[in-house]
Write a protein that binds this ligand. Sequence first.
Ligand SMILES: [Zn+2]
Length: 454
Amino acid sequence: MRQLLVEATPSWSRLVLAVLVALASGDVMIGQAQPQAPAQVTAIRAGRLLDPEAGRILTNQVILVEGTRIREVGANLTIPPNARVIDLSAMTVMPGLVEAHNHLALTYKPFPENNIYYYTYVQESTALRAIQAASNGIQMLASGFTIVRDMGNNANYADTALRQAIDQGWIPGPTIINSGIIIGGMGGQFFPTPEMAKDHNIVYPEYLDADTPDEIVKAIRQNILFGAKVIKICVDCKPYGYTADEIRLVIREAAKSGLKVEGHVQTQNGARNAIDAGIWSIAHSGALTDEFHKLMAQKGIFRAGTETPPGLEGHPVSDAAYKRTLAGLKNAYDNKVPLTFSTDADYWVQGKTRGELCLEFVKTWIDAGIPNADTLRAMTINGYKLSETENTRGPIKAGFFADIIALPGNPLEDLNALKNVQFVMKDGQVFKQNGVMTPAAFFHAGPVNGWRIR
Ligand SMILES: [Zn+2]
């Protein structure tokens, strides 16, 4: 719903503007509709169409796309005579992927900061990080991620800038659901010196300190004012983390503006408080036990476990830690927790794009023994629900925004097939075809979708 409102605003404002201009010029009568050129129709021939909800593949489907949306989908539809035809009959066509936990405006590196992001944010400006985010967003889209939840640590609202730049029509990128600055008790996830914290306010802008109810309310309102679409809190980054009552306050205040709350959780006490309060989603899985998984399933709390696989250069995972990750993911699956695909991949692994890095995380799901159909559900259907786009964006259905990807192979049989996305359509425009990015149609020298998109 929020998406619809946001996207409906600019056309309304254009209409008002058009009427005002017409009135000022005095040569157009009100009530006369201007003839409009019909939107270009594109017909996609889908050899195999993957329906992740049902976990099955349909053959010989046609998807008709008109403007930004899907007009019709089905077997052997009539293709209008003037339609542009895209032949993906040798491919598996499927809806776009969702990455539920990333930080597009943060990239820490082996050098110079030895993969410690405390240093990244004193060396790299918000402006530089916003440009990195634009690049990372394009890299994510090229790998088939059409929705990315951007969960903080993005300097001074580089995440909002990225979302606006994409939504207004300056650059290509996924649909961004961004959190603004992470809200937490004093210090956030940092352990600064007294002088750096008190004299130089060094925790900001990576974290917003909010220790009292008044500060919590104010921090949430600041984030919403500056463009957050979801609220992210540090539940228990410090021993003085939030109580269940304080988390309820966060949820209530965010809900006034229609936003949900994700909690970074790293302790059992924090997990209990977050679940007790009825938080929307929990990030990270280290503290989630069988008991907590059962409660999350009961309450429908999404799990964004950020399950790092071994083998990523510079980011070693011990055998013992990986075994715990796999057992936790399997336990969550067995307990029917709503699972989402999430990586927390906010670093550079040489030789990989941000999107390729994220797709390495399918290894964890394979090793945990999650059936491919359910991992694909986590990467699509559950991701749309978590992002609250399930009624507007994601599924390949008539009336939905046309976000469509295609790849050779069959990810129901081998999830690694996802690493070979050859075709990406975003909002009805082709972004990648035959494995080559074709982003020209997405670049504009003005906010073609409307400057009012905030
Ligand atoms: Zn994170």
